[in-house]
Design a protein around this ligand. Sequence first.
Ligand code: GDP
Ligand code: MG
Length: 748
Amino acid sequence: MYRFCLAGNPNSGKTTLFNGLTGSTAHVGNWPGVTVDKKEGIYRKCAEPIAIVDLPGIYSLSPYTQEEVIARNYILDEKPDCVINIIDATNLERNLYLTTQIMEIDVPVILALNMMDAVKKRGDKIDADELEKRLGLPVVEISALKGEGLDKLMERAYETCKKKREGKTVIENTALKHLIGDIKIALEGHGVKNPMFHAVKLVELDELEVLMHKETVNMVEAFKKTHNDKTFGDDFEALIADARYKYITKYFSPTLKRKNEEKFVVTPSDKADKILTHKIWGFPIFLVILFAIFHLTFSENLFFLGGVLPEGFGKLEGTLFEGVFVGDSGINSLGVMLMGVVEVLTGLVSELVGGWLSSSPEWVSGLICDGVLGGIFAILGFLPQILVLFLFFSILEDSGYMARIAFILDRALKKFGLSGRAFLPMIMGFGCSVPAMINTRTLADEKEKLATVRVIPFFSCGAKLPILTAVAGGIVSYFGVGNVDFITYGMYILGIATALIAVILMRETTLKGETPPFIMELPAYHAPQVKNLIMLLWDKAKHFIQKAFTIILASTIVIWVISHFDFSWNYLTDEQMELSILAGFGKLIQPLFTPVGFGSQLKAFGWVFAVAAITGLIAKENVVSTLGTLAACIGAAAIDVEVDGGVGAVSAMIQATGVTLPALLAFIAFNMTTIPCFAAVAAAKGEMASKSKFNWTLLFWVATSYIVSSAVYLIGTAWWTAFIYLAVLVVAFVVIKLYNKKRFAKEK
Ligand code: GDP
Ligand code: MG
């Protein structure tokens, strides 16, 4: 099977094209560096199926970042049958810089001029035929977003791949050209493949090249001396880059006719950025937007209209959907409405199954109704809210707004050794920590990468969301204080703040290092694609449901079984649960959580919180499903309430255990900042160079979760302790700064 690869600058639309060609649903993000690993798919509309590989985005083939090395090695070593060089046509010249390097390799290359829709909308024109002649490579105009020109591109690529092609360079400077020519001949003599590419890189004294061709380097140096006239400086790399740009401006730029010749037109995007990336207001605006999202997703009093609605309005009293659309406090947000609908449905299923099993042995109906259904349904109810939240996050991301947030944070935190690049994986962490951790490979600095991997779990992921909403819901319904949207929002902000403080402290102490400069180009805003959003949500829902019926299902069964048998495997009824294996284990670890409010100070069944936190290490959804499974039994046995759904489970637990409000907030904070799920731990381990770094990371997570949750607990119990925490933080920071300054002075 033929294999074509997609190579191009970050954000040029490679993944969009890849998805369009292969029908896959890889993550498209309007920011640089989303694709780190290479991905494969199959295009089926040519005479024969063709494998398509999506490479990470790169600006050049130099070995400065991991992406560049991956892409370069792929093209050189795996020898694809054709390289589809995708170009963001709205930035033609800059994108062609990479093209001038790819064309030096002996491989068929075709140019895909992407984003032609945007070029046309601007009123610009590109003479593709002329560009094709001047480049000596086929050029096809496409719009990956709109799906235009893809089949034509593949048809021409299919023709192109059948013809052998020899690398060519655009470097025209006579002396350089001779030098490269001589080295190329010498390399050919040694039987080196891709002699043109290697010759140019050797002249640049490219690190990888020098390592690979040690014996040739001396020869190159000698060549350089013989060719060296006064016009040559020492920096051959800069010389060659300059030669490429000169060629591009001279020969390729004229194929582009701009409607507005003056370069700086103020677009609506620029106008929006004046406000959204404002020095002072940019970040507060982000916090407001974030709150609006939480309000629209979790609020039970949408737009705070609760007080002005007529009595009984929209409550559908007496029907199946009573309170689903409008509740006691006001109108429900979309997430809450959908959650209500799901709970009505799961309630019906539970009732139905309960009816069927009413005559079966107690342990059968217990296991199935309380154990399995209680656990899984406690979690399933949150799926709509997860999806709604992700819909909003994806809109922010796809429109290009998230890239602005990275820009704003970069500006504010550069001084502390954090570049905007590090924020992109962090923001991805809101979805799932695993891909976010893998994405840290885009960070060039090893220490910055390590610090980033460590704090990614604090960006609360989709699986942690049920913990936040179930506990927040329990607090609101049991204590009658606060709003679910405020509490969840506050917890997200707490996570972000913890991450930023932790990363700054690490970068000032154990992980000190230079931050490579981050030049971020802000992509133009554009309306998100409905198709993209739907695919993304579909993927998320599928993944969640798969998880619910595998890991979570298995965990709930185990939890139910060990909570209904004692150590000599006698069956226990719900009332006897305190004698179970699980209770024994729970009581053993319960004291560990006393400092953070949900340990030994609780009444009977208080160990459930400790157990839930532990099951969360397998998958964070387990925290709520465990509470659901146990609440279904405890509710019936100890406090005589019928429990359904995650919120109901938490309310029942509050009643049974007497846990306090601050302790519940601490419980959320603990789960948010402690060791993440199994999959994320494995991903983190994979990104770490050594075992000891990984062990320190585990310790870091445990320590952070204790510090943060005990702070939440103490401040919640006695608000003035906030000043003590603040003072300690400030003093620590000042001491570190002073110490660093002194050490710096000494080193000088
Ligand atoms: P990658 O980083 O190269 O993989 O780029 P992505 O595929 O993630 O796309 C980057 C951004 O460009 C996304 O917001 C896409 O929606 C957008 N994009 C991709 N192709 C086109 C296109 O043909 N026209 C326009 N206007 N936008 C596009
Ligand atoms: Mg991509």
